[in-house]
Structures are given as structure tokens and as C-alpha cells.
Design a protein around this ligand. Structure first.
Ligand SMILES: [Zn+2]
Length: 394
């Protein structure tokens, strides 16, 4: 009968189990039966020298811990005459834990168990568990490092720390993942980075908030990509300017949080009957506010339309230009500013109508980055932070 190899219990290829015993900790005695080659010249003609046994902590089997006792040999190569200790897959020289155990430790911690819990449960030191995890992250990071530039790229900024300021997040909007994070948000911070980006020409669409810096960068480094305004930010910008105009008319009303919440909402979204009545009463008592409120609702509807095809977009454009004109002629400074901004970005906004991806995806990723920072008690080293972000959100 051929030896029973690739035991599923061990989870490593080419090991033969000799015996196992124990319940809380399973001791598995095993032998490597795969190919053995000289580590110097890959020669396969070998002379067995002395035997020595290695004891390795191994991954859990069910609820039990496990230990591998492996019979290994020192060999002499007949071709080159050199001596070496036998190598086996999944077991690094001089290590006292197998690679599968290191992966188990890293993944458990990655999934939320604290280092303390993991190290207690699997019987390794805290510093050791910490070291395995860092190595795991580095490996993940290296795998992602040379990934080519996403086809649909979202660019957005986020505060990193008081001392180091802002970061720029580059997201893959098709995969809902972080492509990379870069410290800074200016041309001088980002230019060099973008210059070196692999397969920049891959990028077809860049979604961004209405930031002039980002637009300039995109035009320089992604000259063939379409720039699309981010719906999420445009809505926020419109709300911001309308709330400002409102506070001009009724500062007290603007400071009423319940009322502000209702004023920000889209008219067509779900609202409690009582709230809707309250809002209607407030607006009927303040006709000037009602006028800008109604205007905002119309503008939002226009901004948020989804069109299918070029012709349908073309029909919307005159309405949009009318709205811009009206804003620019309004007697409120904030609405005038809004009109100017929308005009400067009209091309990118019109493109937005035909495009479904938004940077609300990035906003979700930013929340996860905050969690990473909090878990590490405010992370101050951007390099370490970047490795973690890519491992968790990449
Ligand atoms: Zn050799």
C-alpha cells in the first residue's frame, strides 16, 4: 500500500502521519515524504547523515491546539559535497511555528481578536504574534503594490492627523476597494506619485469632488480619462450654500437642528407626516425661504437625474444652464458662489448624469480607515498606516 500522503489533518503537502495522540493539544508525529534536493546545487543524490527531530507549534485542529513532531535528517550532497538540513514546505528553517500557524494567528487578529487573546489561545508570546501579523500585512501589501491603475478611479481627501495634515485616497470604484493612500493633497505631494503609477493609461474615468487641484492633476496625469463630478459632493455643496442663504434670512431657524435636518432632506424622500407638516408650516410663514427651498428642490432633481444616452443628457442641459443663470443673478452671495462653481464644473456635472459610481464608496472606506487609526490609538506613522489600509480595504 502506498504511504498516505497529503494528510488533511496537517494541511501541508507531502507529509505522512506516523502517529497522533492527545485531546487538548494534539501531538502529531510525522515525516516528510516529498522530494528532497540539495539546497546549494539542487542535486538529488544525497547521503543521509544524522537524524534530528523538530518540534513545531502548528495550527488548531477543531478546538485543540496541535504540535508537529517531525523527523528530519541532515544530508550530504553527493554532487557538491556540501551538508544541509532538510527543507520542507510550510516550515521555515530555525522556526518553532509552522507557516499555517502563523497564518492562523495573523488572520484571527485581522478578523478582530486582540493580540492578547490570540497569543493566549494559541500559546505564543504577544511580541511573536505581533511580529507574525506585521509580516502578514507586509506580504499582503507586496502583492498589491504593483497592481495597475484602476479603470474607474475615485479621488478624495481625508484628514490624516493634526501634525501631518491631509491624505489623498485613490479608490477603485468598480471593486469598492482602496487602490492607495498618499500623504498630502497638493500638486507637489501627488505629482511625483502619479508620475510613477503603473499603467496610468488604464484609467478611463476619474471621479472627484469639485477640487481645482485634483482636476488639474487628473488632466495632467490621466489625459485620456474623463473627469466626472462626484454626485455625493455636488449634493453636499448645494446644501451647504443653500443653508448659508437660509441663515441670512432666518438665523434662528437655521440653528434649529430639527428644522435644519428637514431643510436638508430631499422633498421626495421619506419623511414623517408630522415633520412634513412642520416644514410646510414653517415655509408658508416664510415665503422668501420657501422660494429658495423650492429652487433647491428643483436643482437637486436636475442634478440627480439619471439619463440614458447622449440625447437625453442634451435635453437636460438647457434647464441646468437656466438654473446656473438664476443662481448667479440671485441677491445672495452664497448662491452666486454656487452658481459660479456649478458653471466652472458644468462639463463634469453633465457627465455625472450618465454615470452611476460615486465617491460615497470612498466615504465608506474612510470610515474603515478611521477604525484602523482608532484601533492603533491614533496611528502616526503614515507608512505603517498605508500598509494596514491596503490590507484591510485593498
Ligand atoms: Zn549539492
Amino acid at each position: 500500500m502506498p504511504p498516505q500522503v497529503h494528510e488533511p489533518i496537517i494541511g501541508l503537502p507531502d507529509f505522512k502521519i506516523i502517529s497522533y495522540q492527545g485531546t487538548k493539544t494534539v501531538e502529531i508525529m510525522a515525516e516528510y515524504v516529498g522530494k528532497i534536493q540539495c539546497i546549494h546545487c539542487q542535486g538529488e543524490k544525497l547521503r543521509k547523515k544524522e537524524r534530528f527531530d523538530r518540534v513545531l507549534k502548528h495550527h488548531s485542529i477543531g478546538l485543540a491546539k496541535s504540535v508537529l513532531l517531525i523527523r528530519t535528517y541532515k544530508y550530504q550532497c553527493r554532487a557538491c559535497g556540501k551538508y544541509f538540513n532538510q527543507r520542507m514546505p510550510g516550515i521555515e528553517p530555525y522556526q518553532r511555528a509552522t507557516e499555517p500557524l502563523k497564518d492562523e494567528i495573523s488572520l484571527r487578529h485581522h478578523d478582530g481578536q486582540s493580540i492578547l487573546t490570540v497569543s493566549k489561545r494559541l500559546n505564543v508570546g504577544q511580541a511573536t504574534a505581533e511580529r507574525y501579523y506585521r509580516r502578514y500585512l507586509q506580504r499582503e501589501f507586496n502583492e498589491h503594490k504593483n497592481a495597475s491603475c484602476p479603470k474607474v478611479l475615485g479621488i478624495d481627501e481625508k484628514k490624516f492627523s493634526k501634525k501631518l495634515g491631509y491624505q489623498t485616497t485613490l479608490a477603485n470604484l468598480q471593486k469598492h476597494t482602496v487602490y492607495d493612500v498618499v500623504l498630502g493633497r497638493t500638486e507637489s505631494n501627488l505629482g511625483k506619485y502619479l508620475q510613477r503609477l503603473p499603467d496610468r493609461s488604464n484609467c478611463r474615468v476619474v471621479v472627484m469632488d469639485l477640487s481645482e487641484t485634483y482636476r488639474k492633476l487628473a488632466k495632467t496625469y490621466f489625459p485620456t480619462a474623463l473627469i466626472v463630478a462626484d454626485r455625493f459632493h455636488v449634493v453636499r455643496l448645494i446644501n451647504h450654500h443653500f443653508l448659508k442663504a437660509w441663515s441670512h434670512l432666518d438665523e434662528a431657524g437655521r440653528k434649529n437642528r430639527g428644522l435644519m435636518y428637514l431643510m436638508r432632506m430631499h422633498e421626495w424622500s421619506k419623511m414623517k407626516e408630522k415633520s412634513r407638516k412642520n416644514l410646510a408650516r414653517y415655509l408658508s410663514e416664510n415665503p422668501a425661504i420657501k422660494a429658495i427651498y423650492d429652487f433647491k428642490q428643483e436643482l437637486m432633481k436636475l442634478i440627480l437625474t439619471r439619463v440614458y444616452g447622449r440625447n437625453q443628457a442634451r435635453e437636460q442641459i438647457p434647464k441646468f444652464l437656466d438654473a446656473i443663470r438664476a443662481l448667479k443673478m440671485s441677491k445672495f452671495r452664497s448662491l452666486e458662489t454656487l452658481g459660479n462653481t456649478l458653471e466652472e464644473w458644468s462639463e463634469e456635472i453633465v457627465r455625472m448624469w450618465r454615470f452611476s459610481k460615486t465617491n460615497s464608496i470612498v466615504e465608506g472606506l474612510h470610515r474603515r480607515m478611521d477604525e484602523i487609526q482608532n484601533r492603533a490609538y491614533g496611528m502616526h506613522n503614515f507608512g505603517n498606516y498605508r500598509i494596514r489600509v491596503k490590507a484591510y480595504c485593498g
